[in-house]
Design a binder for this molecule. Structure first.
Ligand code: AMP
Ligand code: ZN
Length: 459
């Protein structure tokens, strides 16, 4: 069955075929780690997770790369203003290196809480300074750069098709000249390397052939995707805001360096809105996954909510919608848990095919969820339903197999130990499962595994 994906380069649905036999390259622009991720950011990573799962459902081996932006992303898209990391460092009273580490750990924890698959490769901008310098050198030799008082810039007028991804109207921009040019030749030119301000020592700065400083934001993605995938790979993703600037500039750099436009497919997740405005990190007023947990919302209810909207439509966040998602997820879990019995069964092929057709239609998850709810009501043996939902969950990622009803009277620490024991048991790690059972017993609790799941009782 073909997988149709919406490619923003061509602005249409195209059948996906991997460029290579052995793997399909997927590069997703990762977080700028000067603060926690907000749930809008996480919506974009959820879309990318579902994309990867869909490719895998279709039998493709995916090589999934996510970068960590820990230097060079400036407060203003016009390449001036402070580095977000240095600003975050001042705000937190910690070094830029420390906040990068702290928010990277927090981001990975959020991904786990949302049951996202771990990327195969994580890459940090600050670990790839040499690659970025080499990249800039090559495009400098090819004549695409010029130097101003504050950095090395890319001359976008050297490319006839600059801005095609975003269908930028360059003539309009030039005529209007509303953008402050500074020393730049064209409004759309962007920094490849910025010099450290005179008389100032930055926390993050390196020597380069052009002077001491730090890389511009876009260059890290061109350099690291070429290193870990190829200069021309399968799918590049990010949020919709990346279309006119960040991805446009990544394409310009890679085209100048290698003569390719980076990725075969360009896919973008649309924004999570709150009160009809976009949620942004810089506003300082945003919802984190932890904010939801503080209100006793299961992170997977947020995952469910995101599945109810197509990734190419904006989603307006409301607490009512989140509560409805939590209720629906709970109904699904309860039903799944009620399908007891050990008889092995095969998934129902007709339902699997219908689900498959929906996800292959540009990740139509709202329709795929509807197929699942129909299955729940169908006249089929419970074990067949369970086997079928297990197939669906490989894409939905709701982790139904591991869910356990929370027993209110059990302390959270005991519940956590029991959950760890169950996970160890499910992965056949008997030694660890036994050790955790013993630990629980010493704390005065007995766990039992029944057909309906696990129970915890004080002894
Ligand atoms: P950042 O950490 O700011 O570099 O952003 C990380 C990712 O989140 C990028 O792919 C952005 O495009 C995306 N993003 C930012 N704001 C939102 C939002 N409100 N809804 C969905 N995605 C977003
Ligand atoms: Zn990027």
């Amino acid at each position: 069955m073909d997988i149709l994906l919406y490619d923003n380069w061509e602005r249409k649905l195209r059948p996906f075929q991997p460029l290579r036999q052995d793997w399909a390259g997927l590069y997703c622009c990762g977080p700028t780690v000067y603060d926690y991720a907000h749930i809008g950011n996480l919506r974009t990573y959820l879309f990318e997770d579902v994309l990867r799962r869909t490719l895998e459902f279709n039998g493709h081996q995916v090589r999934h790369v996510v970068n960590i932006t820990d230097v060079g992303h400036l407060v203003s898209d016009a390449d001036d203003g402070e580095d977000k990391m240095e600003k975050g460092s001042r705000k937190a009273g910690e070094s830029a290196w420390d906040i990068a580490e702290r928010f990277t750990v927090a981001f990975k924890q959020d991904m786990r809480s949302l049951n996202m698959l771990e990327p195969h490769i994580w890459c940090k901008a600050t670990d790839h300074i040499a690659e970025q310098i080499d990249f800039i050198r090559v495009i400098e030799e090819k004549g695409y750069t010029y130097i101003t008082g504050d950095g090395v810039y890319f001359d976008t007028s050297r490319q006839d098709n600059y801005g095609y991804l975003a269908r930028l109207n360059l003539e309009g921009q030039e005529a209007g000249k509303r953008v402050a040019l500074g020393d730049k030749r064209n409004a759309t030119d962007f920094a490849l390397w910025k010099f450290s301000p005179a008389g100032e020592t930055r926390q993050m700065e390196w020597d380069s052939p052009w002077g001491r400083g730090f890389p511009g934001w876009h260059i890290e993605c061109s350099a690291m995707s070429a290193k870990y995938l190829e200069p021309w790979f399968d799918i590049h993703c990010g949020g919709e805001d990346h279309i006119p600037i960040h991805h446009t500039n990544e394409i310009a750099q890679t085209e100048a360096c290698y003569g390719t436009r980076l990725a075969n497919f360009w896919m973008h997740g649309y924004f999570l809105q709150i009160d009809a405005g976009k949620m942004s990190k810089s506003s300082g007023d945003f919802l984190r996954l932890q904010t939801l947990a503080d209100r006793r919302v299961d992170p997977l209810a947020y995952r469910y909510l995101c599945l109810t909207a197509h990734y190419r439509s904006q989603l307006n966040f409301s607490w009512e919608a989140l509560t409805a998602a939590q209720t629906a997820l709970q109904r699904l879990r309860d039903t799944y848990l009620s399908w007891t019995g050990n008889a092995a069964a095969e998934a129902d092929p007709r339902f699997v095919e219908r689900f498959h057709a929906e996800i292959n239609n540009d990740l139509n998850l709202p329709r795929a969820l509807a197929v699942m709810w129909e299955l729940l009501k169908a006249e089929l043996p419970p074990q067949v339903k369970k086997a079928t939902v297990d197939r669906f969950d490989a894409v939905l990622g709701l982790d139904l197999q591991h869910w356990q009803p929370v027993q209110e009277d059990i302390p959270a620490g005991i519940q956590a130990l029991a959950d760890r024991r169950k996970a160890a048991r499910d992965s056949k790690n008997w030694a660890e499962a036994d050790a955790l059972r013993k630990e629980l017993r010493e704390l005065g609790y007995e766990v039992e595994d029944t057909a309906a799941g696990m129970t915890i009782k004080p002894v």
